[in-house]
Design a protein around this ligand. Structure first.
Ligand code: ADP
Length: 258
């Protein structure tokens, strides 16, 4: 039997399938219907990997849209799932920095991935994936291009954290002829500063794991390393960590573990 984790995020829906220690995953935009996105991502993942619904022993849902997944046996918060997934992927991880589409979190964990403490910003788009999407749009870039554009560039100071004001500031900087690379490096630095102060509040860790879709942007990882003065690990499946945690919790339930 296989275990499935579904993470219905504000921006992207992720599904992870665990067949013993083999892991498969799929991502698609959440769009307007969290339920439909969750169902489609799950069914497409099964079909792509050659499984059928009768093979599924347990489904656990997480993420902001988790309540919509009425075909899941259990729902679990993203914080619990990110802790569990990060500990599974990175041995000795003790701090998780998760930046998703509409929130950001710092989670302190024990070696099993159990959450010891956390801090979270889900009140505004500042310092989230949405912030970078808006800025990329203003710069005529895609979020996937931000790391390359900022590579080796010296950051310009970005004074506004508010997404709306920062967008105007970016447009102003462009009008003054500031290179795009410096602007993007400045945006990465401003996100990293915000996350570093969140990390300090709960006690910055020794083995730091960066998760969520924004961890796909290596420029943000480098800026975080500068701010924290520590190495930051990014698992290859960084965007899948919440869904992986949900699948691991599902596998435990299937095997009768707590
Ligand atoms: P959520 O769970 O809230 O839906 P995710 O953790 O899936 O969010 O992250 C979504 C964010 O990841 C997007 O807002 C975007 O900024 C960022 N992102 C997605 N793909 C990429 C990419 N290829 N390169 C850089 N950033 C990306």
């Amino acid at each position: 039997m296989i275990a499935i984790g579904i993470d219905v995020g504000s921006t992207a829906t992720k599904a992870v399938l665990l067949d013993n220690d083999k892991m498969y995953s799929r991502v698609k935009p959440t769009g307007w219907s969290p339920k439909q996105a969750g169902l489609e991502t799950y069914q497409e993942l099964l079909a792509a990997e050659g499984y059928q619904e009768k093979d599924v022993g347990m489904i656990v849902a997480t993420g902001y849209g988790r309540i919509a997944i009425d075909f899941a046996e259990k729902v679990v918060t993203e914080i619990t799932c990110h802790g569990r997934g990060a500990a599974y992927l990175v041995a000795d991880a003790d701090l998780v920095i998760d930046i998703g589409g509409q929130d950001s979190k710092v989670i302190k964990i024990d070696p099993t991935g159990k959450v010891l403490d956390f801090a979270m910003n889900d009140k505004c788009a500042a310092g989230t994936g949405r912030f970078l999407q808006v800025m990329a749009n203003a710069l005529g870039l895609d979020v996937s291009e931000l790391a390359a554009v900022s590579e080796g560039q010296s950051p310009v100071a970005i004074n506004n954290m508010c997404t709306v004001f920062a967008e105007s500031e970016v447009i102003g900087l462009l009008a003054q002829g500031t290179p795009k690379g410096s602007i993007v490096a400045g945006l990465h630095a401003s996100i990293a500063k915000r996350m570093a102060s969140m990390a300090e509040r709960i006690g910055s860790g020794n083995k730091i794991v960066f998760t969520g879709g924004v961890a796909l942007n290596d420029g943000v990882r480098k800026s975080l390393e500068n701010e924290l003065g520590k190495k930051v690990c990014v698992p290859e499946t960084c965007q899948m960590v919440g869904a992986l945690g949900a699948a691991l919790i599902g596998r435990d339930l299937m095997l009768g573990k707590k």
